[in-house]
Design a protein around this ligand. Sequence first.
Ligand code: FES
Length: 89
Amino acid sequence: MPKLVIVNTAGEEKEVEAQTGRTVMEVIRDAGFDDLLALCGGCCSCATCHVHVDPAFADKLPRSAPMKTTCWTAATTATAIRACRASCP
Ligand code: FES
């Protein structure tokens, strides 16, 4: 089972287990991190699930197919992503 190391905006760190197939947003939200609002519930319309991925792990994070081209391209790079668009391997 994959593990995510989550660091919130206060610098607090927590390691959580992630079920394969769940989105990174769902894992972070269910781990109780209030920093990640995910206001649209994963519909890719709010960008409040924006997270930064450690560059050392960016290539290990498979991403879901984009729902809309504009959704995927807006505010995403190899290390800055919308967590609702990234699935746990
Ligand atoms: S939860 Fe709204 S864009 Fe990801």
